[in-house]
Design a protein around this ligand. Structure first.
Ligand code: TYD
Length: 202
């Protein structure tokens, strides 16, 4: 099973992923914990390029999109597909829904560009995706508390509002795959909500 986790900054993805990781381990299920952009040594190098703050040259939106997919291709081939073929559960912190939300809804790139990339370079989509949804301000405060802000975290509230509406758009189009979790709740409740969605898949 391939499970991805989405949302704007600071909504508590990491906490939920850790709780689910523990849950699967306790049940004796082989589980792989990974993230995007990144998840392999080469893809992590691409992540550094994407997140680093470089004031000398603005990264073009198309470059950003293509780097996301370069990292994803590496990640799919070397980590995700082999793990799924070996019967493992894959927990992935962000996947291609983030590209729609950030690069299309956020940056304004056309969904056709993304479709082209998904059709040609994404051979496996998540079986279920958890969208952790919380007001933008709440998440940004949490992100600021974590320390230095990366290139995305430095964006304005209006950018993240667009990103959020991107996730909402996906959820409305694919309610079977994407489940919205109310991330303003206590972490334990977010976890039990996620579990009940997983149980209804069995
Ligand atoms: P992440 O480390 O998950 O950020 P956070 O912990 O703050 O949620 O992801 C890094 C950033 O990359 C995040 O700001 C969202 C962005 N991103 C995209 O813009 N497009 C993508 O396709 C992916 C996977 C991530």
């Amino acid at each position: 099973m391939f499970i991805s986790f989405e949302g704007t900054e600071g909504v508590g993805k990491t906490t939920l992923i850790q709780k689910l990781h523990q849950h699967f381990q306790q049940k004796g299920i082989d589980v792989v914990l990974t993230r995007e952009p990144g998840g392999t040594p080469l893809a992590e190098q691409i992540r550094s390029l994407l997140l680093s703050v470089n004031h000398d040259e603005k990264m073009a939106n198309d470059t950003e999109l293509l780097l996301m997919y370069a990292a994803r291709a590496q990640h799919l081939e070397n980590v995700i597909i082999p793990a799924l073929n070996a019967g493992k559960v894959v927990l992935c912190d962000r996947f291609s829904d983030s590209s729609f939300a950030y690069q299309c809804a956020g940056r304004g790139l056309s969904p056709e560009k993304l479709q082209l990339l998904n059709q040609n370079f994404v051979s496996k989509m998540p079986d279920i995706t958890f969208w952790l949804d919380a007001p933008i301000e709440l998440g940004m405060t949490r992100a600021r508390e974590r320390g230095a802000l990366d290139r995305f975290e430095q964006e304005k509230v209006s950018f993240f509002e667009k990103v959020r509406s991107g996730f909402e758009h996906i959820q409305q189009n694919e309610p079977q795959r994407m489940k919205r979790l109310d991330a303003t709740q206590l972490p334990e409740k977010v976890f039990t909500d996620a579990l009940s969605h997983l149980q209804s898949l069995d």
